[in-house]
Design a protein around this ligand. Structure first.
Ligand SMILES: C[S@@+](CC[C@H](N)C(=O)[O-])C[C@H]1O[C@@H](n2cnc3c(N)ncnc32)[C@H](O)[C@@H]1O
Length: 328
C-alpha cells in the first residue's frame, strides 16, 4: 500500500493487476448484457468477487467521472460549501466517495452502504490507496429496500442505483435520503429510462419542499420532458486504462459517459442558473446555445460577436455548464 494517496485509476490498477483476465472479460460481458437490458435485474448483479471486480474495472471509472463532473459544477456554484460528510446509498465499490474526495478536499468522512458484500470488500481494498476520507470510509452491508437508522450526512448520493431497483422502492429510498442529508444527489445513466427515474425523483423532492440546485433552474414542469423524444442528459469524458480497453474490446483511449442527474437541497441556496443542454454550435461570429431557463422554457440562444461580453461567455460555455447570461 502506498502512503501517498493514489488517484482512482492508479488505485484500481494496483488492486486489479492480479485479476484473471479471461474470467474478468466474461464477467464484463455479463454485466454489459444486464445493464443494456434496461430492466431492473431479478437478482443481485454484483453477486460474486469476479462480477464486483469487473464492475470496478469497466464501470466504476465511468460513474466516477460523471460524479466528478456533477460535483465540480455544483462546487463552482458554492453548493457544496460546508459539505464534510457523505452517505452513499447503493455505493457499490465506492465511486461517489472517490468523486466527493476528489472534488472536496474538506471531506472528512464517507459511509458507503450496499447490498453486495463483494462490492463492499473490493471497494474497501481499492479505497486503502485513496485520500484520507476514502481510505477511512465506513462500508456497510444493507438492503436499500429496508433501510432504517441511516447516519446523518451533509451529502447523500444515490448513484446509478434507481435503475437496479423496482419502481416502488424509489420513493422510500428518496425519503430515506432526504431524512439523512441536507443535500441529495441522484445520478443515472443518460438514457430515456435514466432520465425518467431522475424526473420522478425530482417530483418527489419538489413535493417534499426541497430546492433544486442543479441542473434544473426552476422547480416547475421540466420543459425537456415535454419535448417528444428528448431527455435531459450530459456527458463526461474519461480515459480508459489498458485493462478497461481490453475488457470492453475497445480501441479508443477514452469514452464519454452520458448521465442524467439532480442535486437538491433542504435549505434554499443561491438561485439556480440556466443550463446549457447540448454541445454549443459555433459558426463564424456566432454561437448557438441550447439553454434550459429559469422561466420554465428551453430553447436556443443565438449570441453574435456584436454582443462582445455575451459572445465571450457563450464561446467558453460547454454542454452541462450553468449559463450566466451576462446580457441579462
Ligand atoms: C450500478 S451499481 C452502482 C454503484 C455505485 N453507486 C456507482 O455509482 O458506481 C448499483 C449498486 O446498487 C446496489 N444495489 C442494488 N439493489 C440493491 C439493494 N436492494 N440493496 C442494496 N444495494 C443494492 C448494487 O449492489 C450495486 O452495487
Amino acid at each position: 500500500m502506498s502512503c501517498v494517496p493514489l488517484p482512482l485509476p492508479r488505485a484500481l490498477e494496483a488492486v486489479l493487476a492480479s485479476a484473471d483476465a479471461e474470467s474478468l472479460r466474461r464477467a464484463t460481458s455479463r454485466l454489459v448484457e444486464v445493464y443494456r437490458s434496461g430492466a431492473p435485474p431479478a437478482a443481485q448483479v454484483l453477486a460474486d468477487p469476479v462480477a464486483a471486480t469487473a464492475y470496478a474495472a469497466y464501470r466504476m471509472p465511468a460513474t466516477h467521472a460523471a460524479l466528478v463532473r456533477i460535483l465540480r459544477d455544483a462546487d463552482r456554484l458554492g453548493a457544496l460549501d460546508g459539505v464534510r460528510s457523505l452517505l452513499d446509498l447503493g455505493g457499490g465499490t465506492g465511486a461517489a466517495a472517490w468523486a466527493a474526495a476528489d472534488t472536496m478536499p474538506g471531506l472528512e468522512s464517507a459511509t458507503v452502504l450496499d447490498g453486495s458484500a463483494d462490492a463492499l470488500a473490493l471497494g474497501r481494498q481499492v479505497a486503502r490507496h485513496g485520500p484520507p476520507a476514502v481510505a477511512g470510509a465506513t462500508w456497510v452491508r444493507a438492503d436499500l429496500g429496508a433501510l432504517a437508522g441511516l447516519p446523518a450526512a451533509d451529502l447523500v448520493t444515490i448513484s446509478y442505483v434507481l435503475g437496479e431497483l423496482a419502481d416502488p422502492l424509489h420513493g422510500p429510498l428518496l425519503d430515506a435520503a432526504m431524512g439523512a442529508g441536507g443535500l441529495v444527489l441522484v445520478a443515472e445513466p443518460g438514457t430515456p429510462r435514466g432520465f425518467a427515474a431522475v424526473l420522478a425523483a425530482r417530483d418527489r423532492l419538489v413535493a417534499a419542499g426541497w430546492h433544486l440546485v442543479a441542473p434544473c433552474p426552476q422547480p416547475g414542469p421540466c420543459p425537456v420532458a415535454q419535448r417528444d423524444g428528448d431527455w435531459c442528459h450530459f456527458s463526461a469524458r474519461l480515459d480508459r486504462s489498458a485493462l478497461h480497453r481490453r475488457l470492453k474490446g475497445a480501441t479508443l483511449g477514452h469514452e464519454d459517459e452520458k448521465y442524467s442527474y439532480l442535486l437538491a437541497s433542504r435549505e434554499p441556496l443561491s438561485p439556480s442558473l440556466a443550463r446549457v443542454l447540448r454541445h454549443p454550435q459555433t459558426r463564424k461570429g456566432m454561437v448557438t446555445l441550447e439553454v434550459c431557463r429559469a422561466d420554465g422554457t428551453a430553447g436556443p440562444e443565438v449570441v453574435t460577436k456584436r454582443d462582445r461580453e455575451r459572445y465571450r461567455a457563450a464561446r467558453d460555455a460547454a454542454w452541462g455548464d450553468p449559463w450566466r447570461d451576462p446580457g441579462r
